[in-house]
Design a binder for this molecule. Sequence first.
Ligand SMILES: [Zn+2]
Length: 94
Amino acid sequence: MADMSKLSEEGKTWLDEEARARAMEALRLRKEENSQKEKIDNARLHAGSSMYFYCRYCEALSDTLPESYIDPPTRVCKDCKPLKDAGLLDDQPS
Ligand SMILES: [Zn+2]
């Protein structure tokens, strides 16, 4: 039986060094892939169209909001969020 208590004893999260390296590599590949994809340019949409927002780290679609949105759009996708929460991603201006 696996000893799961050992992990928490050492205060480790999934973001140990190896997991971190894997996550950063996955991010790099994701960004490379997403950069090839065509993005929707909000400025070219018809009035009344939803607005599209992309992850500032990997360029994945991270949010769509009605044109009259009030809340700020999510600019971090679900894949990058854990990395950002762990402080591995620099804050970049949107
Ligand atoms: Zn992302």
